[in-house]
Design a protein around this ligand. Structure first.
Ligand SMILES: CC(C)(COP(=O)(O)OP(=O)(O)OC[C@H]1O[C@@H](n2cnc3c(N)ncnc32)[C@H](O)[C@@H]1OP(=O)(O)O)[C@@H](O)C(=O)NCCC(=O)NCCS
Length: 153
C-alpha cells in the first residue's frame, strides 16, 4: 500500500492538533502546544498523513506506547488508521521496542476493532479511567513475535 504518511516535526503540531480535535470530544483534545511538547520529548514521535490522520507514539527502552491516533471523520474505514498504526509499529521496533502498549475505552468499537485486527490483545483494565467513568482496556502487542509487517506500512 502506498501511503502519504511521514514523520511529523514540531512544525506540524497545528495540523496534528486539528486532526486530533476532529477525532476526540472537546475535553479530550490535545492542543498544538501539548502535541508539540510531547514530540520534543526523547523517544516520542508523531506520524502525519496530511489532512487524513495522525498518530503519536513513544518508546522507552524496550517498551513502546501508542499515545493517540485519529483519522478524519470523512475518511474513515479506508485503511488510514491501520496504515498509521503499522508505520508506528515499524518505527517503534526500529527504536528498540519489543512490545507495544495502549489504552482504549472499552466502548470504542472502531479503535478496538483496529487494534484487535492488528494483533493487540487485552492484558488489563483500568476501571473508570476516563472522566465519564468508562473503563479503559490495556492492550499489548509483542513486536518480537513477527507481528510487524513492514510491507503493510
Ligand atoms: C479508530 C480509528 C483511528 C480507525 O481509523 P480508520 O482509518 O477508520 O481505520 P481503518 O480503516 O484502517 O480500519 C482498520 C480495521 O479496524 C477495524 N475497524 C475500523 N473501524 C471500525 C468500526 N467502525 N467498527 C468496527 N471495526 C472497525 C476493522 O477491523 C478495520 O478493518 P476492515 O475495514 O478491513 O474491516 C478512527 O475510527 C478514529 O479516528 N476514531 C476516533 C479517534 C479514536 O478513537 N482513536 C483511538 C483512541 S484509543
Amino acid at each position: 500500500v502506498t501511503t502519504g504518511i511521514r514523520l511529523a516535526t514540531v512544525k506540524d503540531a497545528a495540523m496534528l492538533a486539528a486532526l486530533h480535535a476532529e477525532s476526540f470530544d472537546p475535553g479530550e483534545q490535545w492542543s498544538a502546544q501539548v502535541i508539540g511538547g510531547q514530540m520534543a520529548l526523547h523517544g516520542t514521535f508523531g506520524l502525519l498523513w496530511p489532512n487524513l490522520g495522525m498518530l503519536l507514539a513513544r518508546v522507552a527502552a524496550d517498551e513502546g506506547e501508542i499515545l493517540t491516533l485519529g483519522v478524519d471523520k470523512a475518511r474513515r474505514r479506508a485503511g488510514v488508521g491501520r496504515a498509521l498504526l503499522q508505520e508506528a509499529l515499524v518505527r517503534a521496533a526500529a527504536l528498540g521496542a519489543e512490545k507495544m502498549f495502549l489504552e482504549v475505552a472499552i466502548t470504542n468499537e472502531p479503535a478496538l476493532g483496529l487494534y484487535r485486527a492488528s494483533g493487540f490483545e487485552r492484558v488489563g483494565v483500568r476501571h473508570a479511567y476516563y472522566e465519564d467513568g468508562t473503563d479503559a482496556l490495556i492492550m499489548r502487542l509483542d513486536l518480537a513475535a513477527g507481528a510487524v509487517d513492514p510491507s503493510a506500512a
